[in-house]
Design a binder for this molecule. Structure first.
Ligand code: NAD
Ligand code: TYD
Length: 338
């Protein structure tokens, strides 16, 4: 298997690349990543000497960069690259449309030019919109009803991916997953922000009443689902992933406070996010039935492991939070970028 991964220096992509190279010894991986603020070469620095791994610095929106990533041929592409943070999409939607919509179209075109090349398009539960407290979880047939510019750009990308499958008979499969947490998550997202702020003795900003619900899944369980989709998913299908772990934001923050033994007064309710989706929940029955997938970790186990990871990897997140990770690695990716 000659695999191209886009966005492999980000949170989920880096966990996926490491997992694939450990579990599929005869595969090669080319990682195409623009190294935006969210792309950190430190996330995969342990692979520097692995001859099965190739890094290409480039933009999925640029056909020439995609051509360099696909040089020598590819059997499949797993497409993670995206602008991924809702709050940033509220400040400026343009990078989201550019990368998530136009970029996805270019990835689809580049794969199509290969002939036989499967595309796994990695999407999110946020395309379905928000659930009420008593609604059943989202299934793959729930209509798309995105709220934020981020979710809208991902929904547009999903429509394009399915349109390419139908129109061109292209081998495309979509995964939609709930909120991930785990090692190497950028500390702008809820769980790593709260863990690192707590360690630093900083305030823990909870949006609104903190009674919003997310359905949390450990990143390793999501990556196993993406790999199962790549190997067993039906072309033209969508697979939902989630771990039946609905939790209130405030309960998660309180748990982190207790685990780290910090003052509960650090928790501060701040202005709510505009049009904040109240609840997400996923029905992953199709993935369980067709792919033989199921999550291996409970939320409590996974959160404890994740808190420990951040405690033990202070150098990693401090460099991200003070911005020095960008200076330190500028030379790294200039040397390696082809
Ligand atoms: P991330 O923000 O941590 O990483 C994104 C990566 O994409 C970075 O390495 C960045 O440098 C790269 N990138 C951005 N724009 C690019 C471009 N134009 N060309 C090439 N590379 C580019 O994101 P993540 O949390 O790892 O999410 C990965 C994917 O999974 C996204 O598509 C996201 O929508 C989806 N997803 C995320 C979650 C979650 O909870 N984080 C849940 C479900 C789905
Ligand atoms: P986030 O990690 O940004 O993921 P998403 O918006 O994609 O679900 O946020 C998870 C939840 O936590 C969401 O309901 C917003 C909330 N939140 C806070 O209350 N405070 C924060 O500082 C952040 C970043 C998020």
């Amino acid at each position: 298997m000659r695999l191209v991964v886009t966005g492999g220096l980000g949170f989920i992509g880096s966990n996926f690349v490491r997992m694939v190279l450990a579990e599929r010894p005869d595969w090669t991986v080319t990682n195409l990543d623009l190294v935006t603020y969210a792309g950190n070469p430190a996330n995969l620095s342990d692979l520097a000497a692995d001859r099965r791994y190739r890094f290409v610095k480039g933009d999925i929106g640029e056909p020439g960069d995609l051509a360099r990533a696909f040089e020598g041929g590819a059997d499949a592409v797993v497409h993670f690259a995206a602008e991924s943070h809702v709050d940033r999409s509220i400040l400026s939607a343009e990078p989201f449309v550019r990368t998530n919509v136009l970029g996805t179209m270019r990835v689809l075109e580049a794969a199509r030019a290969q002939g036989r090349c499967r595309v796994v398009h990695v999407s999110t539960d946020e395309v379905y919109g928000a659930l009420g407290p008593d609604d059943p979880p989202f299934t793959e047939t729930t209509p798309l009803n995105p709220t934020s510019p981020y979710a809208a750009s991902k929904a547009a990308a999903d429509h394009l991916a399915l349109a390419f499958a139908r129109t061109h008979g292209q081998d495309v499969v979509i995964t939609r997953c709930s909120n991930n947490y785990g090692p190497y998550q950028f500390p702008e997202k809820l769980i790593p922000l709260m863990i690192t702020n707590a360690i630093e003795g900083k305030r823990l900003p909870v949006y609104g009443d903190g009674r919003q619900v997310r359905d949390w899944i450990h990143v390793a369980d999501h990556c196993a689902g993406v790999l199962a989709t790549l190997e067993k998913g039906r072309a033209g299908e969508v697979y939902n992933f989630g771990a039946r772990s609905e939790r209130y934001n405030l309960d998660i923050v309180s748990r982190i406070v207790a685990m780290l033994g910090v003052r509960p007064e650090l928790v501060e309710h701040v202005a709510d996010r505009p049009a904040h989706d109240r609840r997400y929940a996923m029905d992953a029955a199709r993935a369980e039935r067709e792919l033989g997938w199921c999550p291996a970790r409970t939320f409590e186990q996974g959160l404890a492991d994740t808190v420990r990871w951040y405690v033990e990897h202070e150098t990693w997140w401090r460099a991200v939070k003070d911005g020095s990770y960008r200076d330190f690695y500028r030379q790294w990716y200039e040397e390696r970028g082809s």
